[in-house]
Design a protein around this ligand. Sequence first.
Ligand code: RP5
Length: 174
Amino acid sequence: MTDTESDGQTFPPTDALVGVIMGSKNDWPTMSPACEVLERLGIAHEKTVVSAHRTPGRMFAYAQSAADRGLQVIIAGAGGAAHLPGMVASETHLPVIGVPVQSRALNGLDSLLSIVQMPGGIPVATMAIGTSGAKNAGLLAARILALSDAKIRRSVQELIAEQTRQVLEATELE
Ligand code: RP5
């Protein structure tokens, strides 16, 4: 790809295993739980804004270089006409997890349908709308990495056990 095609965007090699991208800075409050869960599990990750519509060159550069840079999973959040996860998935063989951001006009139903309705051949694992979806995106990325990383597997298992413990400790209702 030439610099003109990529808007001059290049991305350096990284130690991060998970790339968390979103269509706008305004998506960060929705997407931050994905990074929080990765942080908690001790999984190296990076985060940045990449817009399918406003910075298409940056999006292509990010998607095309992701695997070579060392990323293993991409989490992509977007709202409205949410083409980012699908377009990124079309330019990489890495698993892409999509998070529908709750939009102002249609409450995120537009985002959900834009992300989930991929044509056969280009998969995007689509999460729930909003912060629950972002949290689960982080957890799903961790489970994917846990398949080949025993340390991450232990962290994921501990987190699951902790969650179960917390619920069992609070089953009584007043
Ligand atoms: C999408 O458009 C973004 O993912 C965002 O959710 C939505 C609105 O973007 P802003 O106008 O808030 O920057 O590209």
